[in-house]
Design a protein. Structure first.
Length: 692
């Protein structure tokens, strides 16, 4: 396999410098022109220039995606300031934003939510980037526009629209671990109609970071993505859109040498939308969205008998009507109503639950003069299974002069209890413990008692007669933008997220077999706070350098009080005497790094039609577990050491329509098999892209 990759890279590398060029390189002007600012949709659900936005947001463009040869969404987000990808126990790889878990970040494609959070995390590996126009990242509570799961922020993947006429591209990337990614883009646009289609196939042998056991870190898999979009102008005032996406994945499922099987995922969605402009001031849209996520898995023994099997089947329907009113050039109103119907069938559930949630939202965007921009908004979510939520938000930007602008925002975000936290009814057949969803307790505990499985009840059943509250947060962001000239752009953001009613597990009963019954409940508060710094320097049209840094403190308020009251003790070694810890010994929440940074350098050799880039990310130490037995992460626990990742890529254009690329991700071959499962070591790759 390594020989195949090496041979492929050698051929690509030689071609890069040996192919003759038909076109002469035109002499570039010596002066610089300022490019038009990037436009973002996700932050306000209207078209806004990124530089004028009063919210912390950023855009990753199609050019950057192509230059770094990214395959999947996780490859890209890991290099953005304040973001890092983390794996959950279910095998998914989600994004941590401003120190908040991945379950608090809403992932959208063209404004529509992806579903399938079987273990709380939505796996970013499901999302191919071959047809993406840009990726919009909005940090801070965004429930005022998007409702649940947007407690920490929003990531919106905007897909591309075809150019005039017929166009297309075919690409293939070969990389380490026999990873083959093939993508085909087709587009047609003429007068009133635009049609696009994207097909992608990814196949990999997986990888193994720990040779000491018989299991792979990631088992072999292959997946297939098909998406298409049709835009049609019914008239000058009315536009129609229909789009769809289908994802299918098969992966080996191995639990031991004696237990092997397979896991399958199918994910599809359909989105239709009609936009109509009534007059110069009024316009509206009506859209309908459907999505289904199905996952099945099984394990067979050596004789082929079924040892274990499971399924997960989620179905979402969401109609929405939105209206926009522009009374003048300084003001904009948007508002909408919708309804979300969410149904789940799953192994080990006490019922087949259905969530029905009507909602309404409104937003006022006002720019009274060239210095001030004010945004006020709110949303109300009703629900049949948890408390209704009211989510307000306000943001203000003040432009001091052409170089300096201040901005601040405060908003309420919430995360509704998921199906698992409400309806789970699972008993481990081997060990014998039981996990019950909050709404399943009142029925399941009496049944276990009648079967003689309950020794005593720890938490009275009366505590489960009320509703489990959504997790909620007040998010505050205060920042400044400084643009001293057309070459340099600096941004600073201070943030704090106060999260209340966190949902955690606790023992509610003891079983006669010596094991426990667990369920979910609302606990007290945690917070994440810190500073983010971003900078971009473009000394010429050929060179771009960017850098970012985040300082993060993420802590549990109850833990802080316990340290302050002298209630926490530790031992330096298992045999040494225990001693009392101080408040300064408390590190914070698990799997959070105090420092994260990134540096990227992009350079274009015009005369060779070659572009290259070097990207580095750094993550400081973090703790995954309590290793000294006091239920807190303190300075005497064992930490995962900080690490750096360096990626390099080269891309060359041949005869205008052919592009070849080579690269190395994780150049210095960092890996930590015991603690980090989503960094496989050095990855070599080569890529060919043909435009037609």
């Amino acid at each position: 396999m390594i020989l195949r990759i090496f041979s492929f890279l050698v051929v690509v590398f030689i071609s890069t410098f040996c192919f003759p060029q038909n076109e002469e390189v035109k002499e570039q002007p010596t002066f610089l022109t300022q490019e038009l600012d990037e436009v973002i949709i996700s932050a306000t659900r209207t078209l806004r220039e990124l530089s004028s936005l009063p919210l912390p947001a950023q855009i990753v463009t199609k050019k950057e995606i192509q230059k770094i040869n990214a395959l999947r969404l996780n490859d890209l987000l890991n290099e953005q300031t304040g973001l890092t990808t983390v794996s959950d126990f279910g095998g998914g790889e989600g994004i941590q934003m401003q120190g908040l878990d991945s379950q608090y970040t809403l992932i959208l494609i063209d404004g529509m939510p992806l579903i399938g959070r079987a273990a709380g995390t939505l796996d970013l590996n499901r999302i191919a980037l071959g047809n993406v126009k840009q990726i919009e990242i909005v940090k801070g509570a965004s429930s005022s526009l998007y409702g649940s799961e947007a407690l920490g922020g929003v990531v919106n993947i905007i897909t591309d629209r075809p150019k005039q006429g017929m166009s297309g591209s075919l690409s293939h990337r070969l990389g380490s671990f026999n990873t083959n990614d093939t993508g085909l883009n087709l587009g047609y646009r003429k007068e009133k109609i635009a049609v696009s289609a994207f097909i992608n196939r990814l196949k990999s042998d997986g990888y193994d970071l720990d040779m000491a056991d018989s299991l792979n870190t990631v088992e072999p898999f292959q997946n297939f993505t098909l998406s298409s979009k049709i835009n049609y102008d019914l008239s000058e005032q009315t536009q129609f859109l229909i789009s769809g996406r289908f994802f299918d994945q098969i992966q080996d499922y191995v639990a031991s040498q004696d237990l092997k099987g397979e896991s399958k995922i199918q994910d599809w969605n359909v989105h239709t939308k009609v936009d109509h402009k009534f007059n110069a001031k009024w316009e509206g849209s009506l859209e309908f969205y459907m999505s289904q996520y199905k996952a099945t898995e099984f394990l067979n023994d050596q004789e082929g008998n079924v040892f274990d099997e499971g399924f997960y089947d989620q179905y979402l329907i969401r109609p929405e009507f939105k209206a926009e009113y522009n009374p003048d050039e300084k003001s904009n109103f948007i508002g909408g109503i919708g309804w979300s119907h969410d149904r789940l069938k799953r192994t080990d559930f006490s019922t087949d639950p259905t969530f029905n949630a009507p909602y309404a939202f409104i937003q006022f965007d006002h720019t009274p003069n060239e210095h001030i921009n004010l945004i006020l908004g709110a949303r109300f979510d009703a629900h049949n299974a948890y408390e209704s939520q009211f989510s307000p938000k306000g943001a203000l930007r003040y432009k001091i002069n052409e170089k300096i602008a201040l901005k601040a925002s405060v908003g309420y975000g919430f995360k509704a209890p998921d199906f698992r936290q409400l309806y789970f009814d699972f008993t481990n057949a081997t060990i014998g413990y039981t996990v019950l969803g909050y709404n399943a307790v009142l029925t399941a505990i009496p049944e276990l008692e009648s079967q003689g499985q309950i020794a005593n009840i720890v938490v009275p059943l009366s505590e489960f007669e009320s509703e489990l509250s959504p997790e909620n947060s007040i998010g505050i962001n205060i920042g400044a933008d400084f643009i001293p000239n057309t070459k340099l752009n600096l941004g600073l953001n201070l943030f704090r997220n106060n999260i209340r009613d966190l949902i955690d597990t606790r023992v509610i009963a003891n079983k006669t077999n010596g094991q426990n019954v667990f369920s979910y409940y609302n606990v007290n508060s945690v917070f994440t706070q810190g500073i983010e710094f971003n900078s971009t320097w473009k000394p010429s049209s050929l060179l771009k350098i960017s850098a970012g840094y985040q300082l993060l403190y993420a802590k549990d308020k109850d833990a802080i009080k316990a340290f302050e009251d002298g209630e926490v003790y530790a031992r330096e070694t298992p045999s040494s005497p225990s001693f009392q810890l101080k408040k300064s010994d408390y590190f914070g929440l698990y799997n959070r790094s105090r420092h994260m940074a990134n540096v990227k350098l992009f350079y274009t050799f015009k005369q060779w039609k070659l572009n290259t880039n070097i990207r580095a990310t750094y993550r400081s130490k973090f703790g995954l577990y309590d290793t000294n037995g006091n239920n807190h992460l303190d300075r005497y626990d064992q930490f995962v050491s900080g690490y750096s990742i360096l990626d390099v890529a080269f891309n060359k254009t041949l005869y205008s329509n052919y592009k070849i690329g080579i690269g190395v991700d994780n150049l210095f071959n960092f890996s930590d098999p015991q603690n980090i499962s989503n960094i496989p070591g050095r990855i070599l790759y080569g890529k060919l892209n043909i435009q037609f």
